[in-house]
Write a protein that binds this ligand. Structure first.
Ligand code: C5P
Length: 223
């Protein structure tokens, strides 16, 4: 029997606006929100703290099982991520954490170990799940599926502005290279590669404002 709790999956490459859009859509619907990338990033950060080698798959799998990941809302209403009890939200957003997450996410046992943790987010009245394989692997029975894209140049530009606002110094060229490398790795890995789920509604966000994208995504749930 299919699960009666509705899920809206929002998949797409890095910088396509998934995080911002998913959070706003979840707020508008009054549904829960899963930032699945944060789980992979959290393991990446924990692996960094433990000084693990990113080529040592066995150690990374053990690290996945041993890492406690918690989400809580701050007094200001933003989502904080706790890794082994420490607030690691800011560290999680760095490109270093993203690159570590992408390397770790290619290990099948790591993905398997995080499967149930992700599915546990499916709670009434509904869930907006943001990631790479939400519609294909984690919630294949989701009634609503979206695939968000944007040109690589625009995605690099968005990341550049985000990081600059946070005072992180990066170059546009470097960012674009990192984004393209991460896209290539995410799309070419053998397990759960980044690809649109069957039946997903494609939305190209290049040149679109946040509000316009939110309305298009909401229209998928309530046409
Ligand atoms: O979405 P975010 O940029 O936070 O994800 C970081 C990395 O985690 C991605 O580049 C991808 O390799 C991995 N990831 C994944 N599957 C997901 C979410 C993220 O493989 N569902």
């Amino acid at each position: 029997m299919s699960d009666p709790i509705p899920v809206l999956t929002i998949d797409g490459p890095s910088g396509s606006g998934k995080g911002t859009i998913s959070r706003l859509v979840a707020q508008r619907l009054g549904w829960h929100y899963l930032d699945s990338g944060a789980l992979y990033r959290a393991v990446g950060v924990a692996a960094g703290w433990a000084d693990l080698d990113l080529d040592d798959a066995g150690a990374l799998v053990r690290c996945t099982f041993d890492t406690d990941i918690g989400f809580r809302e701050s007094a200001e209403g933003d989502l904080r991520v706790l890794v082994n009890g420490h607030d690691a939200t800011d560290e999680l957003r760095t490109e270093t954490a993203g690159a570590a997450a992408s390397a770790i996410a290619a290990i099948p046992e790591v993905r398997a170990a995080l499967k149930d943790r992700q599915r546990a987010f499916r709670r009434a009245p509904g869930l907006v799940a943001d990631g790479r394989d939400m519609g294909t692997v984690i919630f294949p029975d989701a009634p609503f599926k979206v695939f968000l894209t944007a040109s690589a140049a625009e995605r690099a530009d968005r990341r550049y502005k985000q990081l600059k606002d946070k005072g992180v110094s990066v170059t546009m060229d470097g960012l674009l290279r990192e984004i393209l490398a991460r896209d290539a790795r995410d799309a070419s890995r053998t397990v759960a590669p980044l690809r649109p789920a069957e039946g997903a509604v494609h939305i190209d966000t290049t040149g679109l404002g946040i509000d316009a994208v939110v309305e298009r995504v909401l229209a998928v749930v309530a046409p």
